[in-house]
Design a protein around this ligand. Structure first.
Ligand SMILES: Cc1cc2nc3c(=O)[nH]c(=O)nc-3n(C[C@H](O)[C@H](O)[C@H](O)COP(=O)(O)OP(=O)(O)OC[C@H]3O[C@@H](n4cnc5c(N)ncnc54)[C@H](O)[C@@H]3O)c2cc1C
Length: 384
């Protein structure tokens, strides 16, 4: 076994880290305070070509392996997880099915501009009455001559209110539950397609999250993103491992910044005549969270490496997401404690990490849902 990153991966990680420090870090507090989509930063950052990271070079991408992609997600999330969320939506969920199933004209209109950052992409399956249980999707697509008519409302959609291209989960037969689902591409300007309410969130600010409304939206046959009707759930599993590893990488990114700030604070803050970092109980916190952080990273990188090798690390990707996000929640909690009252103050980072970390609980599966699935795998003897 060789646990080292390759020279290329290490070089890439350092380059991304430098770019994040130069372009994103100085804007992090402003993004959180204003909760506005940072258009200038978006243009500057996306012009560097990172949005095509995981896609083939023939499309202008970088053809990067999953481990390299995880390094990118982790470095991005060290800074602003809100901005990282907008970026990663364009890089993976918002573009994957368009890339995989779109014809040349669709790719030209939606995929290529999205990975160049010229268009905003999103993917929507959540509704007011269905989140984890996608089989309860009520947004309906009815077959008509030459295409489909879509009706319904999606909620909690990242980039949703800004989206130029939306990959939309809809049922063609509600009686079939998860077996009646399909993805459709709906483009801005299509009659009946409109943004709804924008949500005001606890954290993950600067990414615009909200509703998308579909009222008798007609899309032509080629906008069905899939070769077979009713196979949406199967197609979704193609990227779930990657999405889960990505969420783990984002958790590790937040935790790294929290630990770095916490250590700095613990070295400087004095109590009872010495730096608080001299006290065993404070050191124990860092010993514990850094151990968990490294364990999270190994689990995440191992699952990502397996994806790159063509394996299906379904359980490990779930474990990676679950472990890293729980680690991150504990880490940001401990760091706010290290900061004392200042952990509760807006002018310091920990309250932001504390709010941002909670967002990671949902995407890629809530932990109750993941533990259900892992428990089932373990009980049936299939946990590796
Ligand atoms: C900032 C943010 C951005 C988001 N962006 C997007 C996006 O771009 N596109 C999109 O489609 N969605 C998006 N979501 C929604 C996200 O995918 C959902 O929150 C997630 O799928 C969970 O669904 P839910 O919130 O409806 O919770 P529910 O599924 O209603 O769950 C509620 C609670 O019940 C528990 N639960 C559910 N089923 C079980 C079970 N079988 N056993 C035990 N407990 C269970 C859950 O774990 C949770 O604790 C976003 C959410 C957030 C917070």
């Amino acid at each position: 076994m060789d646990f080292r990153l390759s020279e290329e991966q290490e070089f890439f990680r350092q380059t991304v880290a430098d770019t994040v420090d130069r372009l994103i870090m100085p804007k992090v507090e402003e993004i959180d305070r204003t909760d506005e989509f940072p258009w200038e930063l978006w243009k500057e950052f996306t012009s560097l070509g990172y949005l095509g990271l995981r896609y083939p070079e023939e499309y202008g991408g970088m053809d990067a392996d999953p481990v390299t992609c995880m390094l990118f997600y982790e470095e991005m999330s060290r800074a602003s997880v809100g901005f990282a969320q907008s970026v990663t939506m364009n890089m993976l969920m918002g573009t994957y099915f368009v890339y995989r199933f779109g014809n040349d004209a669709i790719k030209e209109r939606c995929f290529l501009p999205a990975i160049r950052g010229e268009k905003i992409a999103t993917m929507c399956f959540t509704e007011d009455q269905s989140g984890s249980d996608i089989g309860a999707t009520r947004t309906q697509a009815k077959k008509v001559d030459g295409g489909w008519v879509i009706n319904g409302t999606k909620n909690w959609i990242t980039n949703g209110p800004l989206a130029d291209c939306a990959t939309v989960l809809a049922t063609s037969d509600p009686s079939l539950g998860a077996k009646g689902l399909n993805f459709f591409l709906v483009e801005k300007g299509t009659p009946g397609f409109s943004p709804g309410q924008v949500l005001h969130k606890l954290g993950c600010r600067g990414t615009v999250t909200g509703e998308l409304v579909f009222e008798d939206v007609f899309v032509p046959d080629e906008n069905l993103l899939g070769e077979e009707v009713g196979k949406g759930t199967n197609y979704l599993t193609e990227i779930l491992n990657e999405v889960r590893c990505m969420t783990a990488a984002m958790a590790i990114g937040i935790a790294r910044t929290a630990v770095a700030d916490g250590l700095d604070y613990a070295r400087k803050r004095m109590a009872f005549g010495k730096a608080i970092g001299e006290y065993q109980l404070i050191r124990e916190k860092f010993a514990r969270i850094v151990t968990e952080l490294e364990a999270s990273r190994l689990l995440m990188l191992s699952a990502a490496w397996k994806i790159g090798e063509g394996m299906n690390p379904r359980n490990e990707a779930m474990m990676a997401k679950y472990h890293a996000v729980e680690m991150c929640l504990e880490c940001v909690d401990e760091v706010t404690r290290v900061y004392g009252a200042n952990g509760f103050a807006e002018e310091y980072g920990p309250q932001r990490y504390f709010r941002d970390a909670r967002f990671l609980l949902y995407g890629g599966g809530t932990h109750e849902v993941l533990k259900n699935a892992l428990g089932k795998a373990v009980m049936s003897g299939h946990w590796r």
